[in-house]
Structure formats: structure tokens, C-alpha cells
Design a protein around this ligand. Structure first.
Ligand code: GUN
Length: 317
């Protein structure tokens, strides 16, 4: 078997085009331009690239896009003050603080300072709790992207056995919740899991998000499995040139899987596309708007995890 590649770049482009259409509608019907603020502390090269990409794509779909590039020495109080100002800024619908933050800053204090209605990363405990309770919420972007990619090759996820390797707050934990909501039987695994290869061999879908280069080998997979690789590991090729590899041994795995995501060009582009989708959702939800005259006829953006217009979320500025 030679697996079909799931083209995350093309699927993300499609999603961005839908977001751009929603932005045009929001502007035409309500004179609203979604605003996204992206905050970077320090000069980590990978984070700098991600932040530039996020800001550029936000602008490309028609958002008001603001970047705040703060020195690595910035104090926590100053960062919290910026977040307070962005919370109060009516033109800003989404606030993203790129992680990781420097050691001297308490990541949780910062994430909890972002108003939940503007928390387009879905990292605030309010949104985490609502997601866990099965309530509409702003959900983290990478897990939303992973579910979208799986749905691009199998229309009904219910009944699928899925192994998620990695239990981070950004990917593994929220992904397990989303997949459970979709009817999957989810096994949350990690590097310490006993007989990880055997567990994977039973799975219809393996999602690798452990941050361990080429962890998942070809013979870990059931023939015909779907493989989603969330890993981004930096290495060099035989000539010494920089190269990205995933958490899956791609060539081996391609011989057993039915569908597989490449690295790069798989999950990565979906994360940014869902950041944009979440921002439109936040802009709509925060104002209690609808993108269509008859909200029953179609959902604002059919690709999105639905939010409701809860009183708490509407209280945001
Ligand atoms: N660092 C790595 N992934 C992410 C993400 O999805 N959001 C933020 N804010 N930081 C990250």
C-alpha cells in the first residue's frame, strides 16, 4: 500500500478562502472588520516565523492585524498591562500570546488574563472547561485542524478507534475531547505508555503529537490506518541543510497507512487557518451577530466549531 498524502496546505487554503468570504460579509452587512492581535515576547526564531505567518495571513483574509514584538526582558506586569488594553480595545476580537514565554513570566497568569471571548487560542481555563463539558467554546487551533483533516478523508468519525500520542494542553488533551465528541473511542497515550506500538497497531487513526522525531514506525500501524503527524522537529539532512521532520517515520508509515499527513504541509497550515476561523467566530459571537439573514438557513461558517452567544461571552468589550 502507498498512502495518499493529505494535503494540509490545500485544505487550509480552502478554509482561509471561506474565512475571507465571511470577513467580506461581516464588513458588508455589519461594517465589522475582525481584529487579531498577536504578541511575541523575545526572539525565538521558530516563534518569530509563526507569528509573522499568523499576522500576514490575518491581513490577507481582511482582518485588522496587529503584531506586538516585545523584548525578552519585558516584565510580566507590562505584558499583563498590554493584554488588559487589548481586552478593552473594541477593534480587537482575538488575542494570541505566542508560547513559550520566557521563564520569568508566569504563562498561566498571562493566559488567564486574556478575556475568554477573545481567547482565539482556546487556552483559557474558561474555554478549556467549556470544551471539556461539551459546551460551545473557542477550542485550540491545532486540534480543530487535526479533526478537519481526518474528516477530509472519512466523513463519519463515529466508532473509530483513535490513539493520540502526547497529552499537551495545546494538542493532545483538547484533541481527545474533540474526537470523543465526534464519537471516536480515544486512547490517550504518551511516551511512557506501555506497549505503545501494540496499542497503535489496533488503531484506525494514529495522531502523533509527542514531539519525538520519527517515533511512530511503519510496523506500528494497522494496514490502512490514517496517520496524522503533528510533530515539528528540526534536524539537518546529509548535506547539513536544515530540515523539518515529524513524529512519524514518513516513508515506512506510507507503506502501511491509507492516508498520511506530510511534515511540513500537513497539520501546520491548518493551525493558522483555524486561528483565523476562531477570530471570525469570536468577532461574530462577541457582538451577537449572524453572517446570514436567516441564521437557521446556514451556520455562519459551516466549518467551525460552533459557539453560542452566552451572556458571559457577550459581556466582553
Ligand atoms: N506555540 C506553539 N503552538 C502554539 C499555539 O497554537 N498557540 C500559541 N499561542 N503558541 C504556540
Amino acid at each position: 500500500m502507498n498512502a495518499i498524502r493529505i494535503d494540509g496546505k490545500a485544505i487550509a487554503e480552502d478554509l482561509r478562502a471561506r474565512v475571507a468570504r465571511d470577513v467580506a460579509l461581516l464588513q458588508a452587512e455589519w461594517n465589522v472588520t475582525p481584529g487579531l492581535a498577536v504578541v511575541l515576547v523575545g526572539k525565538d526564531p521558530a516563534s518569530s516565523v509563526y507569528v509573522k505567518t499568523k499576522a500576514r495571513q490575518a491581513q490577507a483574509v481582511g482582518f485588522k492585524s496587529q503584531q506586538f514584538l516585545l523584548p525578552g526582558s519585558v516584565g510580566e506586569a507590562e505584558l499583563l498591562e498590554l493584554i488588559g488594553n487589548l481586552n478593552a480595545d473594541k477593534s480587537i476580537d482575538g488575542i494570541l500570546v505566542q508560547l513559550p514565554l520566557p521563564e520569568h513570566i508566569d504563562r498561566w497568569r498571562v493566559l488567564e488574563a486574556i478575556h475568554p471571548a477573545k481567547d482565539v487560542d482556546g487556552f483559557h481555563p474558561y474555554n478549556v472547561g467549556r470544551l471539556a463539558a461539551g459546551r460551545p467554546a473557542l477550542a485550540p487551533c491545532t486540534p480543530l485542524g487535526v479533526v478537519h483533516l481526518i474528516k477530509s478523508v472519512v466523513s463519519d468519525l463515529s466508532g473509530l478507534d483513535v490513539v493520540v500520542i502526547g497529552r499537551s494542553n495545546i494538542v493532545g488533551k483538547p484533541l481527545a475531547l474533540l474526537l470523543g465528541d465526534a464519537g471516536c473511542t480515544v486512547t490517550g497515550a504518551q511516551l511512557q505508555t506501555r506497549n505503545l506500538p501494540g496499542l497503535c497497531r489496533e488503531a484506525d487513526v494514529v495522531v502523533a503529537a509527542a514531539g519525538c522525531a520519527e517515533l511512530v514506525r511503519g510496523d506500528w500501524l494497522k494496514p490502512g490506518a490514517i496517520v496524522i503527524d503533528v510533530g515539528i522537529n528540526r534536524t539537518t539532512d546529509s548535506t547539513g541543510a536544515a530540515k523539518l521532520i515529524g513524529d512519524v517515520a514518513f516513508v515506512e508509515a506510507s507503506k502501511r497507512a491509507s492516508y498520511i499527513t506530510p511534515v511540513p504541509g500537513g497539520v501546520g497550515p491548518m493551525t493558522v487557518a483555524y486561528l483565523l476561523a476562531n477570530t471570525v467566530n469570536a468577532a461574530v459571537s462577541r457582538r451577537g451577530l449572524s453572517l446570514v439573514k436567516n441564521p437557521e438557513a446556514s451556520r455562519p461558517c459551516s466549518c467551525l466549531h460552533q459557539l453560542d452567544r452566552s451572556a458571559d461571552l457577550q459581556r466582553a468589550t
